[in-house]
Design a protein around this ligand. Structure first.
Ligand code: PMP
Length: 356
């Protein structure tokens, strides 16, 4: 039997699953991970926490992950409390729960593209109509046009991604505030890459006290170098968290996930200690690419979008043939490279130089 023969939902027919290729090559710069693995002492603390948790694995985990949410609130600051923070398996699951609550049949969500391709996938997976808004030539948002699109479509959910994936573009909180004011429903600011933003870039968390329809999502997959742990979280008004409890599966966050995430938060000085290095490497990469005469989007994230190539697939393949995996994503003619270690970026430059 083939997939097409199964009685799946009509709106899933003909779809492809999300997935960056997981190819085993020496240099993987395609999924915006942090290239620095945990130190030996962090590994030891993680193992100890898992050992401790393992002794109680006959019992379900803390269903509300209270200790972890308290730790996350304290990391976020801004006076946030446990009642304003929620966590799930990656920010993808957090986003899915948001769509399950605020989307649904007859409802719509609007995002400004190019942006994170899971936003439309999660939206349509929740039987919600996806409306594609546009970004400017420099990948920024024109607040007047963004508000006009919101007024035209009246979406139940608006996605803003800052810094945006795959372009690296950060949004001014003043623009976010205007959009929240104009939006008839919820506004989700996806801050997966916030920690990489240039110093001084304010978080949308600053807008939470005045905006109960604002949700700010974060992840431990990027700056925290914990992509394998699968821990995403959000901050919002306490009533939003209450609403999310209506759709979350009971015991969705395993005992081991909660324990590992808490250890990582306790080691945050070490984990986030790589951010400055990655920012410097990013800025050097932008400069190098521009020096080669390429077009490069300004980046506040741990990746860089560059182009333009009439046949970007050929460039992607040629770089891969030299042992470096980057990402074919974003507008046609552009490619994205995640920031790796100094050695990995040297390998990337050498690979690209051989082609240009
Ligand atoms: N938001 C954005 C903008 C992303 O780029 C990603 C990962 N690529 C995510 C959310 C999801 O990350 P995770 O589920 O690992 O938290």
């Amino acid at each position: 039997m083939r997939l097409e023969d199964l009685p799946i939902r009509d709106d899933l027919r003909g779809r492809s699953p999300y997935g960056a290729p997981q190819i085993d090559v020496p240099v993987r710069l395609n999924t915006n991970e942090n290239p620095y693995g945990p130190s030996a002492s962090l590994v030891a603390d993680l193992a100890e926490a898992v050992r401790h948790g393992a002794a109680g694995l006959n019992r379900y985990p803390d269903r509300d992950a209270l200790a972890l949410r308290r730790d996350l609130a304290s990391y976020l600051g801004h006076g946030l409390t446990v009642e304003q923070v929620w966590a799930a398996n990656g920010s993808n699951e957090v986003l899915q729960q948001i769509l399950q609550v605020f989307g649904g049949p007859g409802r719509s969500a609007l995002g400004f593209e190019p942006s994170y391709s899971m936003h439309p996938i999660i939206t349509t997976g929740a039987s919600t109509e996806w409306i594609s808004g546009a970004r400017e030539e420099d990948f920024g948002l024109d607040p007047g046009k963004a508000i006009a699109a919101i007024e035209e479509h009246r979406p139940d959910v608006v996605f803003l991604t800052s810094p945006n994936n795959p372009t690296g573009t950060a949004l001014d909180p003043a623009v976010i505030a205007r959009i929240v004011e104009a939006a008839p429903g919820m506004v989700v600011v996806d801050e997966a890459y916030f920690e990489f933003a240039r110093t001084g870039t304010p978080s949308a968390l600053t807008l939470l006290p005045d905006n109960p329809r604002l949700i700010v999502t974060r992840t431990m997959s990027k700056a925290f170098a914990m992509a394998g742990t699968r821990l995403g979280y959000l901050a919002a008004h306490p009533s939003v968290i209450e609403a999310l409890l209506l759709v979350r599966l009971p015991y969705h966050l395993s005992t081991l996930t909660q324990a590992a995430a808490r250890v990582a938060l306790a080691h945050r000085a070490e984990l986030l200690g790589t951010v400055d290095t990655l920012r410097a490497e990013r800025d050097a990469t932008v400069e190098w690419l521009r020096g080669k005469g390429l077009q490069v989007a300004d980046s506040d994230a741990n990746f860089v979008l560059f182009g333009r190539f009439a046949d970007r697939h050929a460039v992607w393949q040629a770089v891969l043939d030299r042992g470096v995996l980057i990402r074919e994503v974003g507008p046609p003619e552009w490619l994205r490279v995640s920031i790796g270690t100094t050695e990995e970026m040297a390998a990337f430059r050498a690979a690209l130089e051989g082609i240009l």
